[in-house]
Design a protein around this ligand. Structure first.
Ligand SMILES: [Fe+2]
Length: 241
């Protein structure tokens, strides 16, 4: 069955009857429910498809990515984000680096330090991700959050140099969990940092690079949540990961 948003809109726009009773009958409500389910299924399919794309480019960080999305959601819940914003947060956490698909492999996989022009190109990935996701109805907000996931709390980030609460809260959350993920994940050319060292660096940059409220929220549950994950991966929180 095709997604019939025109029908859905027309049902919502029906004038209320004078006696104040619901303008929608049981068949209408059933139809709305069906359409909502279709929209949700379509949305999840898009997320899965893009995740597959990240896997194909080896841009997912394996065991961490889904868990980190969950932790991002947990921070979002603690900070009181509304349900719609939490859904955007999930998308932004999972797909924040989708724009790296547009970065040449020679730069993505370069083991050493990037040259200034290579780094300048790498810094384009939030804009690339935004440009793709904003084309999809329902993903516009998440696209904006992805655009700003490398802003810095003190205004020294990119692409817009936003600071403090100018940065969307979802982007501030993704920034912290993304940085943490990058620190503890091993790469072919370097070993991930031990958990405690990653925590020290997050704390050190709290208030400059990172939103201190987000860091505090994340660290309040991070260690307890992380032990089973790293144990399953054959490491421990206290050892090099
Ligand atoms: Fe990124």
């Amino acid at each position: 069955m095709a997604l019939d948003l025109v029908t859905l809109m027309s049902l919502f726009e029906s004038p209320a009857p004078p006696n104040g009773s619901s303008p929608l009958g049981a068949p209408d409500l059933l139809r709305i429910k069906q359409l909502e389910e279709q929209a949700s299924t379509l949305r999840n399919s898009v997320i899965c498809a893009f995740n597959q794309l990240l896997d194909l480019k080896d841009l997912n960080t394996g065991v961490h990515s889904t868990r980190l999305a969950e932790w991002g959601m947990r921070v979002g819940q603690e900070l009181g984000l509304e349900e719609a914003e939490l859904q955007n947060l999930e998308v932004a956490a999972l797909l924040h680096d989708i724009g790296k698909v547009g970065i040449p492999d020679a730069i993505l996989r370069k083991p050493g330090r990037l040259e200034p022009e290579e780094y300048a190109l790498m810094k384009k990935h939030p804009e690339y991700g935004w440009a793709v996701l904003r084309m999809l109805p329902g993903f516009e907000r998440a696209a904006l959050h992805i655009l700003h996931h490398h802003e810095s709390f003190d205004g020294k980030g990119y692409p817009a140099g936003l600071k403090n609460t100018e940065i969307p809260v979802v982007s501030r959350i993704v920034c912290v969990i993304d940085a943490f993920d990058a620190m503890v994940s091993s790469r072919p050319y370097r070993k991930g940092l031990p958990y405690q060292e990653a925590v020290r660096r997050l704390t050190e940059a709290s208030g400059t690079q990172f939103d201190p409220v987000v860091v505090q929220s994340f660290l309040s549950f991070a260690e307890a949540e992380m032990s089973p994950v790293f144990a399953a991966a054959g490491t421990s929180v206290s050892s090099a990961l």
